[in-house]
Design a protein around this ligand. Structure first.
Ligand code: N01
Length: 532
């Protein structure tokens, strides 16, 4: 089966749907989304693990499309996966998304020839298109460490992003491996239901209080009246959140003022302590340590057992505060005040084996359990893009191009891959932002680029290598200035054995990134792009 389109998008999450809307409804192009899943939602379709919930607040974790937000109510400030799935159904109905989706189809190859991409799927479809837009998010390639014996486990075991809808853990012994955002959320659910909970922690998560709130009809109406204004405020902040970032440096505070301000940000909750402490939080080791100490003091007060306290919130930071993504938690630390909730230190005693009945650690302990959640994260961004069979004009795979490190222009385009756009990917502010707000900006950029190509009669566009080198230099400058290299995380690829370690995302903030994109498509177009 073969079809020809103007554009193919891969992935029906926020990026894919924004792009479908922009290209189909605003530019009148013939566009389809191909998705391996059976429905819309992207990450919210796949991640059905217990407790899955967003950590950016309503209403701005959503599409900035008036007909969508005017007709939707959020029940909580930080909605759960089920509500987000229902929201995507609402988006589907409002924007007629599904009629242009090809579900249950995984892209296995994509290659550009003289003028078109040829895209093939695992179920034998071939689609030709002028524009190719893999919009697969950063968390679509799961990572499972290669533990000996993992297939021999006789209980229930799944990675978080492949978790079945229902697993009853009441009265069962459960293990959660990994304490990133996913692990923290699962622990909060399971620790309340299971007979015994074993949390396998390698690095403590410097979680911040979520301060979840239910939204009543009066608040929902008020929120709706403010939504347009809130979205425009988000566009002006570094992270696309409606929080005011700090305009002060660490040095601008006296120690007393600093302590007061940091405690206040902790009390206000959300990402405020991370996003709003001071401008140089991730540049200044001394200031960073002060913020860590406030976090540790406030967290340690919540944990009764001294040994658990030292593991979950040690006096010495495991890494600079915020150099690894903190999670938002509701009552995570309080769960460990139950005698049935244990923290296993896999930094001191790594997992060596999974047996038919549990998990063996290097100290020889066998932790017998009935259910295991593998919350060990993702081979972020490059994992999925590098394994989709995307080839350049000479047939060389994108994964091969990036084997020693990524290389893009603005995180959006790659030389040798004409007319391919990468929303919400590497070398862009992606994970340092509230996704939907940032994605809206990139979708607009891609739309404007295609519009320009149409009006100027451009058949194919790709970035000049000088522009790519310049962007790379900016990425490296930021990397050297910041503390991200001091933490092993998916921000740098250090979470995946053998992956090149480099700061994968742009920490310059949305407004500066927007200026760079504006220049590229405007006054610096000739020096940025090569057109055929
Ligand atoms: O993955 P992670 P995630 N032995 O990579 C541990 C978004 N998200 O799925 O820290 C033992 O953060 C690893 O340990 P360490 C969000 O952006 C958002 O939790 O490397 N442990 C770590 O604890 C997030 O950042 C939401 O030492 C091993 C954990 O596994 C991103 O997705 C919810 C190990 C992996 O944590 C990814 O989050 C969920 C090993 N061999 C996700 N290997 C919300 O919106 C790894 N680990 C709230």
């Amino acid at each position: 089966m073969e079809m020809e389109l103007d554009a193919v998008i891969v992935g029906a999450g926020f990026s894919g749907i924004y792009l479908l809307h922009r290209l189909r409804d605003q530019l009148n192009l013939n566009v389809k989304i191909i998705d391996a899943g059976s429905d819309v939602g992207g990450t919210w379709h796949w991640n059905k693990y217990p407790g899955a919930r967003v950590d950016c607040p309503a209403p701005v974790y959503s599409f900035n499309i008036e007909e969508v937000w005017k007709t939707w109510n959020w029940s909580e400030v930080y909605p759960a996966q089920q509500e987000l799935q229902a929201y995507f159904q609402h988006v589907d109905r409002t924007l007629s998304v599904s009629k242009d989706c090809i579900f249950n189809s995984r892209v296995v190859s994509a290659q550009f020839d003289a003028s078109k991409w040829t895209i093939k799927t695992d179920n034998g479809q071939t689609v030709l298109a002028k524009y190719f837009i893999p919009a697969v998010g950063f968390a679509s390639q799961q990572y499972v460490p290669s533990w000996k014996g993992i297939d021999s486990f006789r209980g229930t075991i799944h990675h978080s992003c492949q978790w079945p809808e229902e697993v009853d853990v009441r009265g069962k012994r459960v293990a959660i491996i990994g304490t990133g955002s996913t692990g923290v959320q699962i622990v909060q659910e399971w620790a309340k239901e299971a007979s015994e909970t074993f949390v396998f922690q390698r690095t403590p998560n410097l979680c911040l209080p979520m301060h979840q709130k239910k939204l009543d009809p009066i608040t929902q109406d008020k929120m709706r009246a403010e939504t347009a204004e809130l979205f425009s405020r988000c566009w002006e902040t570094a992270g696309g959140l409606p929080y005011e970032g700090s305009s002060k440096l660490f040095a601008d505070y006296s120690p007393e003022e600093c302590d007061k301000a940091l405690n206040q940000l902790y009390d206000e909750g959300g990402f405020r302590l991370w996003a709003g402490a001071y401008m140089d939080l991730l540049l200044n080791p001394e200031g960073n340590r002060v913020a860590y100490d406030v976090w540790a003091k406030r967290t340690r007060e919540r944990i009764n057992d001294p040994m658990k306290r030292d593991l979950l919130a040690p006096l010495n930071p495991p890494h600079p505060f915020g150099a690894k993504r903190p999670s938002l938690e509701q009552d995570y630390f309080e769960q460990f005040n139950s005698p049935n909730v244990h923290v296993i230190d896999t930094n001191a005693h790594p997992i060596v084996e999974v047996t038919s009945c549990g998990i063996v650690t290097a100290d020889g302990n066998i932790h017998e359990v009935d259910v295991i959640a593998i919350a060990t994260g993702f081979d972020a961004s490059t994992g999925s893009l590098g394994s989709m069979g995307i080839c350049d004009i000479d047939g060389v795979d994108l994964g091969k191009h990036w084997r020693k490190g990524v290389s893009t222009f603005l995180g959006l385009m790659v030389p040798g891959f004409p007319n391919m756009f990468l929303p919400y990917s590497v070398q862009a502010p992606t994970p340092f932002t509230n996704g939907p707000v940032f994605i809206e900006f990139q979708a607009n950029f891609i739309r404007d680029m295609i519009k320009k190509m149409q009006s100027d009669g451009i058949q194919a566009v790709e970035p000049h290598s000088a522009a790519v080198q310049d962007w790379q230099a900016q990425m490296e400058t930021i990397s050297k200035m910041t503390l991200f290299s001091k933490a092993k995380s998916w921000y740098t690829g250090a979470n995946i054995p053998g992956k090149p370690v480099e700061l994968l995302y742009y920490y310059g903030g949305i407004p500066r990134y927007r200026d760079a994109c504006g220049d590229a498509i405007g006054r610096k177009f000739q020096e940025s792009f090569s057109c055929h």
